[in-house]
Design a protein around this ligand. Structure first.
Ligand SMILES: Nc1ncnc2c1ncn2[C@@H]1O[C@H](COP(=O)(O)OP(=O)(O)OP(=O)(O)O)[C@@H](O)[C@H]1O
Length: 367
């Protein structure tokens, strides 16, 4: 995640791309490698076909009109490509991008400073936009709609609002919790794209490309194994690829193959269903400590020693989607599949069919 001041310019230049890729191949720094592996253009971006096509249309139409495109909101679980798409938006528009995040904007003045320094057509990427302060959010509505902010000078009865005109710009907001965005802010986005987990075939495409960029030899069986255990998430797929590469270089023949994938994934606690330690801890607590639930989110989070937010945004969406966990009005419950996966016998009264997905996103249910 980038903080205020970490500005990058997406000029699409091939030289810049090549340099980043070289750096990534030799580096172990997660951020450097992530940057190296990001696709730079929509045409290179595998998966998320619907969002990609819709976004492509919005950008192309704006380009033909010679105008600034509508503001864009990207939502979805971590590691699915929201930041990557924001950088691609700027690259496709051939405009610079300014990167900041909700937590970095705690005062309206922080936002005013960023907005007033944007050039015409610039892309402003606001990561974790749901974590902005209320005052900054209110300033953002006005800025997005009218390209204007009111700067308040002075305090108390003598305070005056001085309107400041802004150059037209495009906000790309990213959030893992779209349900937490206030409606007036959500409504200011002309296009909203929801990113979903990737299927195995898209992940194999991503992994093949990443192996090429990292200069690692990887066979189909190795790639397929990693793809199937990556929780539908490119960030995890790329990370596992690097760990399997490590195993292959230390214990194997240097090539990412099935044996290397099996051994490395076992070492790093990734099970056959792709669940990691946190996923299994959540299911384990649900089944063993709470008899299958339902149990409130905060109680569950305490039981696994994690923040509620981490359980809700990182573990839960995938567990729900894969049918290991269900969300009920009274909290989270383990499904029959979860009991079986942990090698436990489900309680006799557990319904054979797990119904329930009651909410349309994280944050709606109590807990
Ligand atoms: N469609 C894709 N093709 C290839 N690589 C991808 C794709 N989507 C994501 N990645 C890779 O996964 C990593 C994480 O992507 P990114 O930072 O864009 O995710 P994010 O949704 O912004 O995550 P967060 O919510 O944590 O900020 C990056 O290295 C990126 O290259």
């Amino acid at each position: 995640m980038s903080e205020l001041g970490d500005d990058r310019y997406a000029d699409g230049s091939l030289d810049a791309t090549a340099r980043i890729v070289d750096a990534g191949a030799d580096s172990d720094d997660e951020r450097v490698v992530e940057a190296a592996l990001r696709p730079k253009r929509l045409s290179e971006f595998p998966g998320q076909t619907r969002v990609r096509d819709q976004l492509g249309l919005v950008l192309e139409a704006a380009r033909r009109r010679g105008s600034v495109p509508d503001h864009i909101l990207l939502s979805g679980p971590p590691g699915l490509g929201k930041t990557t798409l924001a950088l691609i938006v700027a690259a496709e528009l051939e405009r610079p991008i300014r990167i900041t995040s909700g937590p970095a904007i705690q005062h309206a003045g922080d936002l005013a400073a960023v907005l007033s320094s944007l050039d015409e057509g610039e892309v402003l990427f606001l990561d974790e936009i749901h974590r902005m302060s209320r005052a900054a959010e209110e300033m953002l509505y006005l800025a997005m709609e009218d390209f204007r902010v009111d700067v308040i000078v002075g305090k108390g009865p003598g305070a005056t609002a001085i309107p400041l005109e802004l150059s037209p710009f495009t906000v790309v907001g990213a959030t893992t919790r779209s349900g937490l965005l206030p409606a007036p802010l959500r409504d200011r986005f002309g296009f909203t794209g929801h990113l979903d987990y990737y299927d195995a075939s898209d992940l194999t495409t991503i992994l093949r490309r990443s192996a090429g960029l990292l200069g690692v030899h990887a066979d189909e069986a190795g790639i397929t194994e990693i793809a199937g255990r990556s929780r539908g998430t490119p960030r995890i797929a790329n990370r596992l690829l690097r760990r399997v590469r490590d195993w292959a270089q230390v214990h194997g023949m240097g090539s990412v193959d099935l044996e290397a994938a099996h051994q490395a994934l076992r070492l790093f606690d990734v099970d056959d269903a792709g669940l990691d330690r946190l996923d299994r801890a959540v299911l384990d607590a649900l089944c063993r400590r709470f008899g299958g639930g339902p149990v409130g989110l905060s109680t569950l989070a305490i039981a696994v020693g994690e923040e509620s937010d981490t359980v809700e945004t990182v573990a839960e969406p995938y567990l729900v989607r894969e049918g290991f966990m269900v969300r009920t009005p009274r909290g989270r419950a383990a499904s029959r599949k979860a009991w079986t996966h942990l090698g436990l016998s489900p309680p006799r009264d557990l319904p054979t069919q797990d119904v329930l997905p009651l909410s349309d996103g994280p944050g709606r249910l109590g807990g």
